[in-house]
Design a protein around this ligand. Structure first.
Ligand SMILES: Nc1ncnc2c1ncn2[C@@H]1O[C@H](COP(=O)(O)OP(=O)(O)O)[C@@H](O)[C@H]1O
Ligand SMILES: [Mg+2]
Length: 164
């Protein structure tokens, strides 16, 4: 578990961008935290780090937005309006996990039962301009893969953020 704090939206986005440069095809990133926590802000950084060019906005009404133009496709979900995993599966959305892109899921708690092994989790809390991040990865049982904790730690350093 890695903990760090940002003190502006720009700082959160910078971190996201640094992490985005380190993402690999098939990575799944689960974001949880209240409305206004900074989930979309972080996602905007991830997209920039992947090299996607279009502006990232919340997909609340469409559930998923697709971003091209980067090293990989980025699929950005917001499951706020879904009831549970069944809603997600019945809409065929679980197929996105196998499309070789990067999946970023806001309100991932709604579908926690079907998140793939190795999913990277961020929990965001805080008020004002302060945001506290707790990051960790579900065990994916694959030792060959670059440990995500390592990549997150590198991104935190590169963004000039101190860990807590
Ligand atoms: N340290 C910070 N990190 C991220 N966002 C911040 C921070 N401080 C203030 N903010 C503000 O909080 C809001 C986060 O919005 P957004 O990313 O859309 O949240 P969410 O997607 O979690 O609902 C933005 O208005 C942003 O400017
Ligand atoms: Mg959002």
């Amino acid at each position: 578990m890695i903990k760090f704090k940002t003190t502006s939206a720009e700082m959160t986005e910078h971190f996201g961008e640094a992490l985005g440069r380190r993402l690999a095809a098939g990575d799944v990133i689960a974001l949880d935290g209240d409305l206004g926590a900074g989930k979309t802000c972080l996602t905007r950084g991830l997209a920039a780090g992947l090299g996607a060019t279009s502006f990232v906005s919340s997909p609340t009404f469409t559930i998923v937005n697709e971003y091209e133009g980067g090293r990989f496709m980025m699929f950005h979900f917001d499951t706020y309006r879904l009831e549970d995993e069944d809603d997600f599966i019945n809409a065929g959305l679980d197929e996105y996990f196998d499309r070789g892109g990067v999946c970023v899921i806001e309100w991932s708690e709604v579908i926690k039962g079907i998140l793939p092994k190795g999913t990277i989790h961020f929990r965001i809390t805080g008020t004002g301009d302060e945001r506290f991040f707790e990051a960790g990865q579900d065990d994916d049982g694959d030792d060959d893969r670059d440990s995500m904790s390592e990549r997150i730690a590198e991104a935190v350093r590169e963004a000039g953020i101190e860990t807590l």
